[in-house]
Design a protein around this ligand. Structure first.
Ligand code: HAM
Length: 433
């Protein structure tokens, strides 16, 4: 993917060049083709699973995220792009999609007539993180939310849908990791137990983690430091402390996945960085993403709607980063070889009008056809035909017009044939891909 790392560059003399903001990328061809293929595939798969699109604003009231995502979360504490607008209202660029979807559903009463609502979204999100491979300040998420269903079957559907998506995209080595983080009954007891175990170890913990011992002790399992990982390995795990309802729910999710042949690994150390999760938590991961191993993450969030002032509404969902999919597919060398079918080459002006009209007829029929729009040498035009990766060059000059033919050259084999101008359009339609 095209990623620009430097954001300022002073010319030796003259004005400072304006460059993109650090961690925010331009996307262009050939990566763009992969973006399109991914977007088309996910719209098709989401459609097949019964999800309809929702688009919410990029800017929301800051309180939506402090209440929804959680004021103790890293996202709200340190990563949001927050500003006062001209009225003095605190607004933020959305760091994720779930809170916005919940807000929109509550605001428009979208569930008044639909006890079950299935929504998907695709769009830019913003987090002020330290940029690195796979981690940006503006990135794009695709995701789905299934609202109104509290059964484990709903959790299974979210995961199986993305299993299908990744298979459709031919993504290799993606693993589903599954856990439960408990509910209002078992989680507080587990947290208290973990806090009690961590207090005597406080002096061995990094300063930035000490506050979390009391607020979010599970984050210890998420720590990147090897020494802390070692220390965490002897701590109690939530899966050994689930209440019976959570335990049953968790088992049924696993049965559902097995029933649909969706492979998974139970990983009791999954910690989601957002506060709204409840019971099921999961991630799709890949070893090919470097430090950022998460292809995407999700889970159940049965208390979020109440947190935002709505009626109690169970929900479960998932979101993944589009840039990470592009990275993985590019690394697999699954670059799209989307090609121009025909490039028209005019050795002189005599063939130009004929070439332009056939090129136009092909485009009307959605065939990828292109041509040079200014006088260039034959050599330069053939070079361009190669550069745009066309399958065929269609050569029409005054000589050809006089003979009533065009020369159609296969750019891969260099074989060429003369086709009468009368039959040219029909012939090209036959040999297009
Ligand atoms: P999340 O785990 O914060 O969950 O983000 C989901 C995915 O977005 C990550 O796994 C990653 O692929 C991508 N992502 C996050 N931050 C960045 C970044 N800075 N640069 C590139 N990609 C990034 C959520 O956002 C939840 N809303 C998911 C969800 C939906 N849960 C329930 N429904």
């Amino acid at each position: 993917m095209s990623v620009n790392t430097c954001h300022f560059s002073a010319r030796k003399s003259g004005a400072m060049k304006v460059q993109s903001v650090r961690g925010m990328n331009d996307i262009f061809e050939p990566s763009m083709m992969l973006w399109h293929r991914i977007e088309e595939t996910l719209r098709r798969v989401y459609g097949a699973f019964g999800y309809g699109e929702i688009r919410t604003p990029i800017v929301e009231s800051t309180s939506l995220f402090s209440r929804g995502v959680g004021s103790d979360s890293d996202i709200v504490e340190k990563e949001m792009y927050t500003f006062l607008d001209r009225n003095g209202d605190s607004l933020s660029l959305r760091p994720e999609g779930t809170a916005s979807v919940a807000r929109a559903v509550i605001e428009h009463g979208l569930m008044n007539e639909n006890p079950t609502l299935k929504l998907y979204y695709l769009g830019a999100m913003f987090r002020h993180e330290r940029p690195q491979k796979g981690r940006y300040r503006q990135f794009h998420q695709y995701g789905i939310e299934l609202l109104g269903v509290e059964t484990p079957q709903a959790d299974t559907e979210i995961m199986s849908c993305h299993h299908v998506l990744y298979q459709e995209l031919k993504l290799k080595d993606v693993e589903l990791r599954l856990s439960s983080i408990g509910c209002d009954v078992c989680r507080p007891k587990y947290k208290a137990l973990l806090t009690a175990k961590l207090i005597p170890l406080e002096s061995q913990l990094p300063a930035d983690f000490q506050k979390k011992i009391h607020t979010n002790p599970q984050r210890i399992f998420d720590h990147k430091d090897e020494k802390i990982k070692e220390l965490a390995s002897s701590l109690p795990l939530i899966l050994d402390h689930l209440c019976s309802e959570c335990q049953t729910h968790f088992e049924k999710v696993q049965t559902g996945l097995t029933n649909l042949n969706v492979p998974f690994t139970v990983d009791p150390k999954i910690v989601r960085g957002i506060d709204y999760y409840y019971r099921t938590a999961f991630e799709f991961t890949s070893n090919h993403l470097g430090a950022q191993s998460a292809v995407g993450g999700g889970g159940r969030y049965d208390k979020l709607f109440e947190e935002l002032g709505g009626k109690p509404t169970p929900g479960v969902g998932y979101a993944g980063g589009l840039e990470r999919l592009v990275m993985l597919l590019e690394a697999q060398d699954l670059k799209l070889s989307e090609r121009v079918d025909f490039f028209f080459v005019c050795p002189d002006e005599g063939g130009f009008l004929k070439a332009q009209s056939i090129c136009h007829e092909l485009r009307i029929r959605s065939v990828r056809a292109d041509m040079e729009l200014q006088t260039k040498s034959m050599k330069a035009q053939m070079k361009r035909a190669g550069k745009v990766n066309s399958r065929f060059a269609v050569i029409i000059g005054s000589q050809e017009v006089e003979k009533g033919v065009a020369v159609v050259r296969n750019m891969d084999t260099q074989a060429q044939e003369e086709i009468s101008l009368e039959k040219l359009l029909a012939h090209l339609m036959k040999i297009k891909v």
